[in-house]
Write a protein that binds this ligand. Structure first.
Ligand code: GUN
Length: 282
């Protein structure tokens, strides 16, 4: 049976350290770091994420403002709010929850957020910095994965790392962060031939596909470390990852559960980025 990589426990440990750092920052600067979270529309999953982000801010002493805008909000209205938040001295980080309604261009919105306040690291200038290995902010989910590996002393250097999924939010930046730590990285996607042959090479396998139980036991090498980034809601209402946990946990040496694996870490990394943003803007 594999070691359970406990994202909740690691998050709790990191958040308690962060809380102290934030208190010290607030005492020295006279104000807490401030984060604005913007949600357009009423997608139930996004609403839960936004609520969790707000709660996590309260837990560690970050001032947070949540803007819940109706689905009909125009692109101009959203851009006007971002302009205001870019100029607000008490707001150091801005997060616009994705996906946005179809009539709003995500690209224009991401470009409008000031790169120094871009705690998601979605702005091209921050993406470019990650590519160059010289970053202001790390993208939250991939950084959460790296923090879990580090916490469990799982060495990346020299390992075969296979990332399944090539999204801009997870797959691509995940590959860069693993490469930065000297992993030998392969990125797989829907057009990859003989996918199982590739995933079976992995010492560290990261699943970021968005399909429930997509990674089955036959796709995993004995003793691999398996990181599941997926959050899928099944018909019975339960959450499930991209990995067939029951079967794969019999083969892996370590594995993240869903929920309670990568998910809590994503928010913890967001909190870290909010503090970093505030420190940079001092
Ligand atoms: N939607 C899903 N994940 C994320 C994230 O990390 N940040 C934002 N802004 N939206 C998301």
């Amino acid at each position: 049976m594999a070691t359970m990589i406990d994202g909740k426990a690691v998050s709790a440990a990191l958040r308690s350290e962060l809380k102290e750092k934030i208190a010290a920052f607030a005492a020295a600067s006279g104000a807490a770091p401030g984060l604005a979270v913007v949600l357009v529309g009423d997608d139930p999953a996004s609403s839960v994420y936004v609520r969790n982000k707000h709660r996590a801010c309260e837990e560690v002493g970050i001032y947070s403002e949540v803007y819940q805008l109706p689905a009909e909000t125009s692109e101009e209205e959203l851009l006007a709010l971002i302009d205001r938040l870019n100029a607000a001295a008490n707001i150091h980080g801005i997060l616009v929850q994705l996906p946005l309604p179809k009539h709003i261009s995500e690209e224009r919105i991401v470009l409008a957020i000031h790169p120094d306040k871009d705690v998601d690291a979605f702005h091209p200038s921050n993406v470019g910095k990650i590519m160059l290995g010289n970053y202001r902010f790390l993208p939250c989910t991939p950084a959460g994965v790296m923090a879990l590996l580090q916490y469990y002393n799982i060495e990346v250097a020299g390992k075969e790392c296979v990332v399944v999924g090539r999204s801009n939010i997870v797959g691509k930046p995940q590959a860069l962060l693993l490469l930065e730590k000297n992993g030998t990285v392969t990125v797989c996607h829907s057009r990859t031939k003989n996918l199982a042959d590739v995933t079976r090479r992995a010492d560290i396998l990261v699943a970021a596909v968005g399909k429930a139980k997509f990674i089955t036991a036959d796709m995993v090498k004995e003793g691999a470390v398996v990181i599941d980034v997926g959050i899928n809601r099944m018909e019975n209402g339960k959450l499930c990852g991209d990995v067939d946990f029951e079967a794969v946990s019999q083969k892996a040496s370590a594995i993240t559960p869903v929920p309670g694996g990568v998910g809590p870490m994503t928010i913890t990394m967001l909190l870290q980025n909010a503090l970093r943003a505030a420190e940079m803007q001092q």
